[in-house]
Ligand binder design. Structure first.
Ligand code: ASP
Length: 312
């Protein structure tokens, strides 16, 4: 069988062994394992990297554990506004949606934008109308209600604080989800989906739907999905920067990822991480904070599922 590979993330931040109960630890690992296995099956059956990353992200969007789809955080107005993007490394085709409400799986809508429109990014009502026209599934407001995230928001809604998912005062965690994959044809793809940041201003857009910032794929270099404080990832153009270091400077995938996440972003003050894969099946998953929910499978190996830094 030709090389296949998939990596996924469910966010990064101050995730330590002490911050999760054993039950939470088990639940997160099970959700990651299920999502990575679903994407891997697509690849093993000869499916495309695009289908694999979309399906893995749909699984993550459907669990309330992560800040995307069903588990999306609350905005300052007590609403949910979601962003997502997908990119094909073979064609450099890309689709993204920003600030959408009530869409059950924003990653599916981003794929529809890529394949069924002449545009790359649609936002707000325009994106939702496009979703209606193309028969995408909507969900009522209470589908997105999660008691934990409501409490999280209620603690800060009267302030100007906007914070990353699961944040408890000074702790920072980012619960965005993403997937990158290599298929048997040698094509790579990336997808990312998020509810953004708790108590964010309405219509605030982070890095996740911005091609080149939070999401990027190019068969010549790599496929990347990021998680972290979006304002920094946008300004550091993180995903494209990794790709450029490979394309123009000849760095390996691992070297390029380390350069951007562990050096450039750290110096800039941008906390977070990313997952990356290339057409040779190399996988890199660097992060500059305490932990990142992550999982990967290469060829027919067993899934690797990790959360904390000391599991590297
Ligand atoms: N990057 C996302 C944003 O800023 C947040 C996250 O990764 O959880 O919207």
């Amino acid at each position: 069988m030709k090389n296949i590979a998939i990596a996924i993330h469910g966010g990064a931040g101050t995730i330590t062994r002490a911050s999760l109960t054993p039950e939470q630890d088990t639940a997160y690992r099970a959700a990651l394992e299920e999502a990575v296995a679903a994407g891997h099956k697509v690849l093993a059956d000869g499916g495309s990297a695009l289908d694999a990353v979309e399906l893995a992200v749909v699984h993550l969007e459907d669990t309330p554990l992560f800040n995307a789809g069903k588990g999306s955080v609350f905005t300052k107005e007590g609403k949910h506004e979601m962003d997502a993007a997908i990119m094909c490394g073979k064609t450099l085709g890309a689709g993204a949606v920003a600030g959408v409400h009530s869409i059950r799986n924003p990653v599916k809508l981003s794929r529809a934008v890529m394949e069924l429109s002449d545009h790359v990014m649609l936002s707000g009502y325009g994106a939702e109308e496009f979703a209606i026209n193309h028969g995408l599934a909507f969900a009522p407001e209470d589908y997105f209600f999660d008691a934990f995230r409501y409490k999280q928001w209620a603690e800060v809604r009267d302030s100007n604080i906007f914070m990353l998912d699961h944040t408890v005062n000074v702790d920072e965690k980012f619960g965005t989800v993403g997937a990158v994959a290599l298929d048997q044809e040698g094509n790579i793809a990336a997808a990312t989906s998020t509810g953004g940041m708790t108590n964010k201003r309405y219509n605030r857009i982070g890095d996740s739907p911005i091609i080149g910032a939070g999401n990027y794929a190019n068969n010549k270099t790599c496929a990347i999905s990021c998680t972290g404080h979006g304002e920094y990832f946008v300004r550091a153009v993180v995903a494209y920067d990794v790709s450029c270091l490979i394309e123009y400077k000849g760095l390996t995938l691992q070297q390029a990822c380390e350069e951007v996440v562990m050096k450039k972003l750290v110096a800039f003050g941008g906390e977070g991480g990313l997952i990356a894969v290339n057409a040779a099946g190399d996988i890199a998953m660097p992060f500059n904070c305490e932990g990142m929910y992550r999982a990967s499978i290469k060829n027919d190996a067993k899934a690797t599922v990790d959360i904390y830094r000391d599991e590297n």
